[in-house]
Design a protein. Sequence first.
Length: 413
Amino acid sequence: MKSEFITEKQSDIDSLILTFFSLIKFINPNLNKEQFLIGTNDWLISKTENVSKKIICVCTGEKIKNTENIFAITKDEALYFAKKITLAEKSSVKGISEIDGYKEDAKLVDFISNLKIFFNDKKISYLPEGYSGLLLLSHDVDYIQTNIMYRLGRIYYLLNYLRLGKFKMFFQKFIHFIQQIFLEKEWKYVKMLEIEKEFNITSSWFFFSRITKNKKLFNPNYELKNNRVVDLIQKIKNNNSEIALHSSPESAFNSILLNEEKAKLESYSDEVIFGNRHHMGRFNPKISYDIWMENEFEYDASFLTNDKFMDISSTNHFFKIFNTSGTKSIIEFPTQWMDVQYLNFLAYDEKKFKTETFKAIDNAHSNNNVLSMNWHGIPYDWYTDFYREVIDYCVQKGFLICGYRDYLEFIKD
Ligand SMILES: [Zn+2]
């Protein structure tokens, strides 16, 4: 267990407390170990007499008084937040929050904003100097061309409304889904890469790595050796962008399978793979975290957090997840905005989709947040024009735009 803070009793530290601390440390990376204390009331008071630095106190007993330099929280509260952000109490995540019953936690939102007020830093420390926000840009490559599975998939989404008992929505959204069946064939990745090159920005590209054991009906079915994929990977590398793994839902339960998928993508792309995101955001918090760490990923982005009724989790920040012994960790970057959530499940039309997207960007801008966006290159005729508009808007607003790998370089301890 790392000693990243001062504790009265070593036994008060577990993987959840470490996660809680990582969240605070990402909000204020300048915090050193003397500024994070865990212990009983009397011990904390003795340790915080005449302090001149800002201190976070986790109280194992009764809460001590907050002052200008002391931010106190009970251990139960700290554990509550850590459990919320790591989904520790969920046994399985299906990528649809309506089913998972997940809602944005108001206490957690308040806590993060109070913490920012407490630190009162003019400079937001998780943003590189001179920027007002950060756009973490990523793409999931689920389809190369519109195929029969994609078209059938639209019917699957439509039928989901019936499964969830949303009969009114079934009829309201019927036309939307029928129109989607007639989408163009070519997916828009190349055009998007050209736009990124023009703006001189990087992004992260999540590829599915197809092997015998993950050939499933709802998984992407392109091969990495396909010429279009080979060309696409080369174009991404030419842009200095990142290749990451869009792992199968099955590999979230099977470390050997995840290892095979990663190894295959590494060999085809000739790149080191740092990042993981499970297709459809499916994993099991009780099983998958150890599997991600065993496979030496530096980060995961499988948490989906649009904060719409389809989403599985929500905290507009990133944090570390630790293994039980506290010896290994992985950074979780929750994905806050996903085009398919608006366009598929919510069945937004072009106009509403655009409005909601700008709303998400404006919100990130006014709160100096890290906004992570995940695009799928869907072949609507207006799609790439809108992509350019979004990138341009973020640049105008003063965002830094990059992929996960490039941002990791900035936040490394
Ligand atoms: Zn996917």
